[in-house]
Each structure stands twice: as structure tokens, then as C-alpha cells.
Ligand binder design. Structure first.
Ligand SMILES: [Cu+2]
Length: 131
């Protein structure tokens, strides 16, 4: 126990790493549950189009696709920005560091298809329970 506490105290800047891959149009590797604390999502784009990983904390529950149809201001009532990777080109990687708090997080890809809709609508979305 003492050892565990010591280890925890010494790992302030050592964040949990989650390896994520993106393809058209899905994320792989993001668990349904994560413990609170620092985490780094290492995202490798194995698809043929750009992708990103956007993380938002859920403030008020509502279907993510409905929320995405709202204005930016209205979206803020439901989701709080928790970080994002840049758009990642095919074959490349990007990372997203966040400090998770207890609650629900939504993740999604906001790169748009030719029709102008974010990839989230094509399936690149999900939630993580933190606690
Ligand atoms: Cu995408």
C-alpha cells in the first residue's frame, strides 16, 4: 500500500496512454471506461482520409448528433471542450492529452465528408465513462 502511494505520488507527469486507431469511419481502441486522472490518447490514422479525435465532457445528456446540429453557443450547454488532436493525415499520428474527471465524456471526429457533415454522423463517435 505504501509502495502504491509512493508510486502514485511519483507519477504526476506520467499519464495513462490509450492507443487509438482511426479508419473510415470508426475509432478503435477507446475503452468504454477509464479512471479519472491524466490520459494521453495516441491516435494513429490507418484510414485513407484525415481524421481527428475531439473529446468533450458531457454536461447535460442529449444525443450527440442532435447536439452537433445546434449552434456553438447552444452546444456549450451540453458539452464542454476537453481537448482535440489536429486533423491527422493518413498514416500519421496525433495525440490528445486530457485530465479526466468523473463523469461521461463524448468523443467524436469533426473532420467533414464532402457533404459537409462531420464524420461523427458516419459512426465516428462514442462515449467513455470516467469514475
Ligand atoms: Cu474522421
Amino acid at each position: 500500500m505504501a509502495l502504491a502511494l509512493l508510486a502514485a505520488a511519483c507519477t504526476d507527469d506520467e499519464s495513462r496512454a490509450v492507443e487509438v486507431t482511426t479508419t473510415e469511419y470508426e475509432f478503435a481502441g477507446i475503452p468504454a471506461e477509464l479512471p479519472p486522472g491524466p490520459v494521453t490518447f495516441e491516435v494513429r490514422n490507418e484510414g485513407g482520409e484525415n481524421h481527428d479525435l475531439v473529446l468533450r465532457k458531457v454536461i447535460l445528456e442529449r444525443d450527440i448528433l442532435e447536439v452537433l446540429e445546434l449552434s456553438q453557443v447552444e452546444q456549450g450547454e451540453y458539452l464542454e471542450d476537453a481537448g482535440a488532436t489536429p486533423a491527422i493525415p493518413p498514416g500519421e499520428t496525433g495525440s490528445l492529452a486530457a485530465s479526466l474527471e468523473t463523469g461521461t465524456y463524448a468523443y467524436l471526429c469533426l473532420v467533414t465528408t464532402e457533404s459537409g457533415r462531420p464524420h461523427a454522423f458516419a459512426g465516428m463517435r462514442g462515449t467513455v465513462e470516467v469514475g
